[in-house]
Design a protein around this ligand. Structure first.
Ligand SMILES: Cc1cc2nc3c(=O)[nH]c(=O)nc-3n(C[C@H](O)[C@H](O)[C@H](O)COP(=O)(O)OP(=O)(O)OC[C@H]3O[C@@H](n4cnc5c(N)ncnc54)[C@H](O)[C@@H]3O)c2cc1C
Length: 382
């Protein structure tokens, strides 16, 4: 058993760490404040190969693995979560369904531009009326000759409305199974397809420099060959995508939790109270020690889930544990880091304000904490 990183993984981690500090940190507060998408940062991440990390070279990928993606997400989120979630959603929700389930034609058409970061894709599962209970999908797709006709709407879809968004994959009811349950399938809808409308961006509490929209489909027609993989496999497809995605979200949460430690140590050295730096007080030291303990154990949890996944072993429970634990401790650390910053922690000019605002969604997106507990309990035979 060895949790030390390989030389390649270490080199990747270090280069993303430098990039986050030197390129992301100086500009992100302005984007966050103005709610603007950081196109220039995303373009540079594309040039670094981050969008192609876990994909084969034949499609323009870097030939790395999913763990490499997680390391990159952790380092980005240590500085900023809007940029990190843009990468997470682009890779794990956007490109991955096409990579895993697409036909050769679909892969050849879409993957090169998605893996280079030149284009982004969204994953439309959640609807205004149903999120955790994704089997409750109401969007419908009916085959009319050689076209799917899609009607319905999707809520909170990341990367769905940027200037470089090329497509969204949409889960839709395409029929009824023999047992009476809904038959769900996944369909690729290119941006700009008539009948596909992207609403203006939401006003969000956090992740304000990331792109999130409600989408509507009104007699939206796409060719029959835009079906992703087999008809009726939509449920199995999104379960697989979400299982993997939970490891990535856990990595992102660990990054945020570690960023809280970094900022707290820095501030505790600078800030004086009662004649000395507040970091000299044991009450502050213990907070930082607890924050470091939490970030460390959550990191081990996502390393373990990723290792099982890469070994081809079952990893559903470990991914849920990693996501549940890492998101919980990210919220804890953001709260404590804010406390250490006192009144300045409540001012948007300090990174901890962003960490605080960005932490809560980690307990909600890609499966709420309650859903993670349901998965763990089910896997334990309950
Ligand atoms: C910024 C942002 C980005 C997102 N990006 C995407 C994206 O790219 N693609 C996408 O498809 N979705 C996306 N989502 C949606 C996200 O995954 C859902 O919000 C999440 O899964 C929860 O669904 P919901 O909001 O419908 O909550 P609900 O399912 O309505 O849940 C409400 C509450 O009830 C609880 N609950 C529900 N069922 C049970 C139960 N059986 N037992 C106990 N408690 C229960 C939940 O845990 C939660 O606390 C995004 C959301 C946000 C906010």
């Amino acid at each position: 058993m060895d949790f030390r990183l390989s030389e390649e993984h270490q080199a990747l981690r270090d280069s993303v760490r430098d990039f986050a500090r030197e390129v992301v940190a100086p500009v992100i507060a302005e984007h966050y404040e103005q709610h603007t998408f950081p196109y220039e940062v995303i373009r540079q991440m594309g040039k670094m190969g981050l969008f192609g990390l876990p994909f084969a070279e034949e499609y323009g990928g870097m030939g790395g693995d999913y763990f490499a993606l997680c390391l990159a997400l952790e380092e980005l989120a240590r500085v900023d979560s809007s940029v990190a979630i843009t990468l997470e959603a682009a890779v794990s929700l956007g490109a991955m369904p096409i990579y895993r389930f697409g036909t050769d034609e679909q892969k050849a058409r879409w993957l090169p531009k998605l893996l280079s970061g030149e284009a982004l894709a969204g994953f439309g599962l959640t609807e205004p009326g149903t999120g955790s209970d994704a089997g409750g999908t109401e969007t419908r797709a009916v085959l009319d000759g050689d076209e799917w006709v899609i009607n319905g709407s999707k809520a909170f879809i990341t990367n769905s409305g940027t200037d470089i968004t090329a497509l969204v994959t949409v889960t839709a009811v395409t029929g009824t199974r023999p047992d009476g349950a809904k038959e769900l399938s996944t369909i690729i809808v290119p941006s700009g397809t008539p009948g596909f409308t992207v609403a203006p961006g939401y006003s969000k509490v956090g992740w304000t420099a990331s792109d999130t929209h409600e989408l509507t489909f009104d007699d939206c027609r796409v060719p029959a060959e835009n079906l992703l993989g087999e008809r009726g496999r939509g449920f199995a497809q999104f379960l697989r995508i979400l299982d993997e995605g939970r490891i990535a979200i856990a990595a992102l949460a660990v990054g945020l939790a570690q960023g809280c430690v970094d900022e707290s140590i820095k501030y505790a050295r600078e800030r004086h109270a009662f004649g000395q730096p507040i970091g000299n007080y044991q009450a502050i030291q213990f907070k930082v020690a607890d924050m470091e303990m939490k970030a460390h154990t959550a990191r081990l949890a996502y390393y373990d889930a990723a290792a099982r996944m890469l070994a081809g072993e079952p990893f559903k429970r470990q991914a849920a544990i990693a996501k549940l634990h890492a998101s919980t401790i990210a919220v804890d650390n953001a709260r404590e880091a804010t406390q250490i910053h006192g009144g300045y922690g409540f001012m948007n000019e300090y990174p901890v304000a962003r960490f605080w605002r960005d932490s809560k969604i980690l307990e909600i997106g890609e499966g709420t904490s309650e859903v993670q507990r349901m998965i763990i309990a089910r896997d334990l035979g309950m």
